[in-house]
Design a protein around this ligand. Structure first.
Ligand SMILES: *Cc1c(COP(=O)(O)O)cnc(C)c1O
Length: 383
């Protein structure tokens, strides 16, 4: 099976983990600290606070901003479920914006409308506590406009940068635009710690909150334990810290390989069949996934196409999720098809293709050929 993704785990990564195992010191310690320092430096942020995964990162970022019951957080509608779940886990309500269907990122016009609406009624005016854009598939959202709108309303921004380590827009890195940036090291991302996450921030105060919240509410800087709030155990292990540090040593190489492979797909699919996502001017995506959209005619065949390709040994998948139309959010808040037209279209037509460092041009060619012929066959059998 040609897998959707295969993490790059090499001998030095394994040696780093073995060394920790042999040391007997397994919980958050010097390896996690070194990993945090490496990520902070790479992203260009003052602080990086490691946590057990990016869902925990998003949860703590919102708690650090004191998001709580009755509050509202504005979030993009097309993402992994964590982006909305983190809000709901704080007892707050996600308010969705539509996406730009050419990039899959938060549509600033939609954000502007949502903010104006929420800020114009007495009931919701003071309730909007954060804006949560997602850097979809590793391309930075339109942060220039999103920050403008956020600043206009004086609402802090948390970036869901789960897929975007190393991505930038206008030379500014993912994770440095908002008050905090949240990254994931799940095996579907470019580098991995098995499970893992990090929050980046410039703020000493937010970093203090995050460090206390991830470790049982213990003051992170006092020499003797002092428990100053009810916290979580969202710590990363030393095994993961060591793996992350080792992975950071190869992050640029891995991203370069992913970008090169994405270019090959771009070229192959420029002959039709699928349209690659648009890359905005000044944007340097890292291609956490290579996602392309099926054209109107072949959209109906998408699920059949995924099944057929898997039978032929090629793992392809949908892009990501239409959050307002997932059961929980649809039922709780009464969303309907048509509420987010850009997301409706993309959710039906997106296809994510195999992409990882070791992917060969030959395999990419095979993906292209098999998709093209499967689309032809599916069109013939439906007409
Ligand atoms: C992967 C992902 C997450 C969750 O990350 P975990 O580390 O698996 O918790 C959140 N948001 C987005 C956009 C993601 O792609």
């Amino acid at each position: 099976m040609l897998r959707l993704t295969v993490p790059t785990i090499e001998e030095d990564d394994q040696a780093a983990v073995r060394e920790v195992l042999a040391s007997g010191y397994l919980v958050q310690g010097p390896k996690v600290k070194a990993f945090e320092d490496a990520v902070a430096k790479y992203v260009g942020a003052k602080h990086a606070v490691a946590v057990s995964n990016c869902t925990a990162a998003l949860h703590l970022a919102l708690l650090a901003l004191e998001v709580g019951p009755g509050d509202l957080v504005v979030v993009t509608s097309y993402s992994w479920v964590s982006s909305a779940n983190a809000i709901e886990l704080c007892g707050a309500q996600p308010v969705f914006t539509d996406i730009d269907p050419t990039t899959c990122n938060m549509d600033p016009d939609s954000l502007s409308k949502v903010m104006t609406r929420l800020r114009s009624t007495a009931e919701t005016r003071t309730k909007v506590k954060a804006i949560l854009p997602v850097h979809a598939f590793g391309q930075v959202a339109d942060m220039r406009r999103i920050m403008e709108i956020a600043n206009e309303h004086a609402v802090p921004v948390v970036e869901d940068a789960a897929c975007a380590l190393g991505a930038s827009l206008s030379g500014k890195n993912a994770g440095t635009w908002g008050a905090m940036g949240c990254f994931s090291f799940h095996p579907r991302k470019a580098i991995t710690t098995g499970e893992g996450g990090i929050v980046t921030t410039e703020s000493d105060e937010l970093a203090w909150q995050l460090k206390a919240l991830r470790n049982h509410g213990q003051d992170p800087y006092l020499p003797t334990p002092e428990f100053v709030m009810p916290g979580y155990n969202y710590r990363l292990t030393e095994l993961q810290g060591a793996l992350g540090l080792s992975q950071m040593g190869k992050v640029d190489r891995i991203i370069a390989a992913r970008r090169a492979a994405a270019q090959i797909y771009d070229k192959l699919f420029s002959r039709g069949a699928l349209s690659p996502l648009a890359v905005s001017e000044g944007s340097e995506p890292v291609y956490q996934s290579y996602v392309a959209l099926l054209s109107g005619d072949s959209r109906a065949a998408r699920d059949g196409l995924i099944k057929r390709l898997r039978e032929q040994g090629i793992e392809v998948n949908i892009g990501t999720w239409h959050l307002p139309m997932t059961s929980y959010y649809r039922k709780k808040y009464g969303y309907e098809p048509g509420d987010f037209p850009g997301t409706d279209t993309v959710f039906e037509s997106a296809l994510s293709l195999p992409l990882f460092e070791g992917l060969t041009a030959g395999s990419q060619n095979e993906v292209y050929t098999k998709i093209s012929s499967a689309l032809g066959e599916l069109a013939a059998s439906s007409s």
